[in-house]
Write a new protein. Structure first.
Length: 390
């Protein structure tokens, strides 16, 4: 007689959560689901046999194992720690696993509160994007030990190809944020490389093929560059969520009193992309920041939003950015008038008129500048400069 599998609850059946939940069902685990909006993804799981719950607490009440995959740390805190949250509702002895990329400190708080309630909770953010979730090949980054996860390893392996354990609560989140910092460099490297090749009149597909054959290769160049070259900006991982991850990484770096200039530059660029309407696009949409304004507009971006945000307090995109527009801000396209970019900001495209644009401390200015540019301290200025330069 086959051993009865533990009951599983899954909270958050979005772009990645739904296929992960599907793999769990395929392996024979009874599944109860909740997601904020009962959408097509949720309905598809219900049609396959999942049970719908009206609240996260209802989903978790009879579950042996509870997964969450949510958007932001505030969502995680509410779902776990509110008076009607998971820690209050889950049955004694249950295991709670958060797949969200969230705050290391919050992960530690949840683990401690769970222990007091007779529960076991650990952080387990994932990487691999929508494709990895669909294929069941995600990498799991665990804030626990190998011994801790042994009882549920077979369940984790239903959707994860690689499992890395980092020993204790919050450590999985810290390791995931390190991964996102590396990803930021790959994304900006992809966008820079394709822009340089394009402005030099090269065959972009051929250049990409060259890069992935050598030491410049990356998962981003292999999987996201083809979509960017095809003008496909649908999200496997949304810009707004990547901004959240980078913000968490930069906050952690600030707490550790270290500087991450590459991550800061990427944060600035993606912050601008979010401001001009790219928040729901995939991260490969960074390449739009280097294109002609008409191409960006055709893809759904609105550069006037950036101008409006400059004229008001904050970035204008609705996010509470603690690192907004400092030390690595990105300003990429179509700005007129007199801008002063300092401390490594990138300014990539389409400046018109007679700028007295002074780039300091290594800033790069990449495309189509008018007259009167002064570059200082080794700045790079890459394309189509006219008039007097000093």
């Amino acid at each position: 007689m086959a051993e009865k599998k533990p009951a599983v609850a899954f909270i958050g059946t979005g772009i990645m959560g739904a296929p992960i939940a599907g793999h769990i069902m395929d392996a024979g685990y009874p599944l109860t689901i909740f997601t904020r909006t009962r959408n097509e993804r949720a309905e598809a799981l219900i049609e396959r046999g999942a049970v719908w719950a009206d609240t996260p607490a209802d989903a978790a009440r009879e579950a042996d194992i509870v997964f969450t995959m949510l958007g932001y740390p505030t969502d995680v805190e509410e779902v776990y720690l509110s008076s009607d949250g998971l820690l209050a509702a889950a049955k004694r002895g249950a295991t709670l696993i958060d797949l969200t990329t969230s705050s290391p400190e919050l992960a530690r708080d949840i683990a401690e509160a769970a222990e007091v309630s007779g529960l076991y909770a650990f952080d387990c953010p994932v990487t691999g994007g929508e494709r990895g979730a669909i294929d069941g090949t995600l990498t799991l980054i665990v804030g626990a030990t190998e011994r801790d996860i042994e009882p549920i390893r077979s369940l984790l392996e239903t959707f994860g190809k690689h499992i890395f354990c980092f020993g204790g609560p919050g450590a999985g989140q810290t390791a995931k944020l390190s991964n996102q910092v590396a990803l930021a460099g790959c994304l900006t490297g992809m966008a820079d490389a394709l822009s340089l090749a394009q402005q030099s009149g090269l065959d972009l597909a051929r250049v990409r093929e060259l890069i992935v054959s050598g030491t410049g290769r990356s998962g981003v160049m292999e999987t996201l560059a083809p979509a960017a070259l095809d003008g496909d900006y649908r999200p496997g991982f949304k810009v707004t969520h990547f901004l959240k991850d980078l913000g968490l990484a930069l906050q952690l770096a600030e707490d550790r009193e270290i500087v991450l200039p590459g991550a800061e530059t990427a944060f600035g660029l993606y912050d601008v992309l979010d401001t001009i309407g790219g928040g729901e696009m995939g991260t490969q949409a960074l390449t739009l920041m280097y294109q002609e304004e008409a191409d960006a507009v055709a893809a759904g971006l609105d550069w006037s939003q950036y101008t409006m945000s400059e004229d008001s307090e904050g970035c204008g995109c609705g996010h509470d950015h603690e690192h907004a527009h400092e030390h690595g801000e990105g300003c990429c396209h179509g700005h007129d008038g007199s801008h002063d970019h300092e401390h490594g900001e990138g300014c990539c495209h389409g400046h018109d008129g007679s700028h007295d644009h002074e780039h300091e401390h290594g800033e790069s200015c990449c495309h189509t500048h008018g007259e009167g540019h002064t570059h200082e301290h080794g700045e790079g200025c890459c394309h189509k400069h006219e008039g007097a330069e000093a």
